[in-house]
Design a protein around this ligand. Structure first.
Ligand SMILES: *[C@@H]1O[C@H](CO)[C@@H](O)[C@H](O)[C@H]1NC(C)=O
Length: 384
């Protein structure tokens, strides 16, 4: 019975694939038909569709603007990040998520839209509810292993209720001194990399068991950044020797990758030990060499906010997005460090610039398509 039904479904699927589709047959010479000339084998529309798979949009206020809904329906965005102003009214949030997912379902990509937020715990929580404890509060408790798992499961439950499917947590930074950049809001589990490794892995495992994707951040580590070294506002240089960077800051990523973490967020700081010329998120040495090559990460890489002050000197949003994509960032977080300044225009600029770079052969199409396949796999894995 099961086999018969399966066979019928397969036959139906084949019929839909061959006859039910309205996709036009490939046309060899479009220029002679008065259409835009093809550049290589890529049309401008195809370039936009590819570029759209690499950008996460943002907006201000409770309602997604019509331009964002149109971009989602056109398949020109991979997801949306939510901040406090977007989630203040639960009923409006519910409507917004439903509207955005309906637009994604009607898009050529069909797959669910990635909906992301920062639900770290303690002070850094966009949504009311679990996890109530900060990483710091968990790290000092004797029952911290169980609490880290509870925090991951709690975050999953809170996000699932709101329709969020990617958490930009846990923070895996190993803080060096009390009150520094990452410790000031209690965002680091411990000064001991072994403790951060174990607690981070617990959080990831528990949260992803409920199919809410976790994001280990901020690679290769912001634990030694001072209070004033905030990449949202200024260029930051993390002068940690290579051996320390690998044995302390990167150590928790080994455990996170082993636990199957789906995403890694790459920091906007410069790490001279790895690449003196560029911020980590714009560096193929950091993303391709260190994270994928040395640590064997196979999941999705995502940048921090593209409008961050740390990227002063790297051009506008378009130029930054192309540099990040060329460096191997799978997703560009097209948002501002200040939520009220968010608009889908930022994402639109990023998508247009990546598409133009593809058409002009300034980006490696094969590499960008492989990157898009990782994003697609993530969109297939999450539950909307
Ligand atoms: C383009 O990317 C592919 C896949 O990563 C790689 O194998 C190839 O060498 C790259 N081509 C160039 C010209 O860099």
């Amino acid at each position: 019975m099961a086999a018969l039904v399966g066979g019928l479904l397969l036959a139906l699927a084949a019929a839909v694939a061959s006859g039910g589709e309205t996709r036009p047959a490939p046309v060899r010479n479009r220029a002679s038909m008065g259409e835009a000339p093809r550049v290589g084998s890529l049309t401008p529309a195809a370039a936009l569709a590819i570029a759209g798979q690499h950008v996460i949009d943002a907006y201000a206020g409770p309602n997604p603007p019509p331009s964002l809904i149109a971009a989602i329906r056109a398949g020109q965005t991979a997801g949306v990040i939510l901040f406090s102003p977007n989630v203040a009214d639960p009923a409006a949030l519910h409507r917004a998520v439903a509207e955005m997912q309906a637009a994604a379902a009607a898009s050529p990509e069909h797959r669910p839209l990635l909906i992301l937020t920062d639900q770290e715990g303690g002070l850094v929580r966009r949504l009311p509810g679990a996890p109530a404890l900060s990483e710091q509060a968990i790290g000092v408790r004797p029952d911290r292993l169980a609490l880290a798992a509870q925090a991951g499961a709690g975050a999953a439950a809170t996000l699932r209720r709101a329709g969020v499917n990617v958490n930009l947590a846990p923070v895996l930074d190993v803080y060096r001194s009390p009150g520094n950049f990452i410790d000031q809001y209690g965002r680091s589990y411990s000064q001991n990399p072994a403790v951060v490794s174990r607690l981070g892995a617990q959080f990831i495992h528990a949260q992803q068991a409920d199919r809410i994707a976790a994001t280990a951040k901020h690679f290769p580590g912001l634990g030694s950044a001072t209070r004033a070294q905030d990449t949202d506002t200024v260029p930051v240089r993390v002068d940690v020797p290579l051996s320390e960077l690998r044995t302390v800051d990167e150590a928790p990523y080994v455990a996170a990758i082993r636990a199957g973490v789906r995403l890694v967020m790459v920091s906007w700081a410069v790490y001279p030990a790895l690449d003196p010329a560029r911020p980590a998120g714009l560096s193929s040495r950091v993303i391709g060499g260190e994270l994928r090559g040395r640590l064997h990460f196979r999941g999705v890489t995502i940048t921090d906010a593209i409008e961050a002050g740390a990227l002063r000197g790297y051009g506008g949003v378009g130029a930054r997005s192309v540099l990040a994509t060329a460096a191997g960032a799978d997703l560009i977080l097209a948002c501002a460090p200040t939520p009220s300044a968010n608009t889908p225009a930022i994402g639109h600029t990023a998508v247009s610039a990546i598409a133009a770079a593809l058409l002009e052969h300034h980006l490696n199409l094969t590499a960008v398509e492989a990157s898009g396949a990782r994003v697609s796999a993530l969109r297939a894995w999450i539950r909307p």
